[in-house]
Design a binder for this molecule. Structure first.
Ligand SMILES: [Zn+2]
Ligand SMILES: [Zn+2]
Length: 134
């Protein structure tokens, strides 16, 4: 938990108990959860935690660069504590989202055509290792 506190302080976020629990979950599991998944998993241990707090905390984390928000599906935001550039792979059978390393420069674009790019994501879909074995 000490690393979690340091990580938040480095990004200028006050490390409250709720914030530390949410970031600890993201950093430990690295499972690209939705806000609801986080709430359902950790709220039994933290009775004072509300769904609104989880949503607001994730929004703050994304704004402060603690986590990144990823949208592989239009109707679903997921959160990722891995900030290095990487691609995502979503399994169409089990719905699991996995990190895919990218070679440096793969996500770089030849020309932005005068537009200012603020973020870019590379998402792949397919059948994951585990599902292929079944
Ligand atoms: Zn799968
Ligand atoms: Zn990721």
């Amino acid at each position: 938990m000490e690393d979690i506190q340091a990580l938040l302080e480095k990004k200028g976020v006050r490390p409250s108990l709720h914030r530390m629990k949410i970031l600890d979950y993201l950093v430990t599991l690295r499972n690209h959860p939705t806000a609801d998944m986080i709430y359902n998993d950790i709220s039994p241990d933290i009775p004072t935690l509300s769904k609104t707090t989880v949503y607001n905390t994730l929004k703050l984390f994304a704004e402060c660069g603690v986590v990144q928000a990823i949208t592989i599906e239009d109707n679903e935001v997921r959160y990722d504590a891995t900030m290095e550039i990487h691609a995502h792979f979503k399994c169409t059978l089990c719905g699991g989202i996995h990190d895919i390393p990218v070679r440096e420069g793969v996500l770089s674009i030849k020309s932005a055509q005068g537009h200012k790019i603020i973020e870019s994501q590379l998402n792949c879909k397919g059948i994951c290792r585990d599902c292929l074995k079944k």
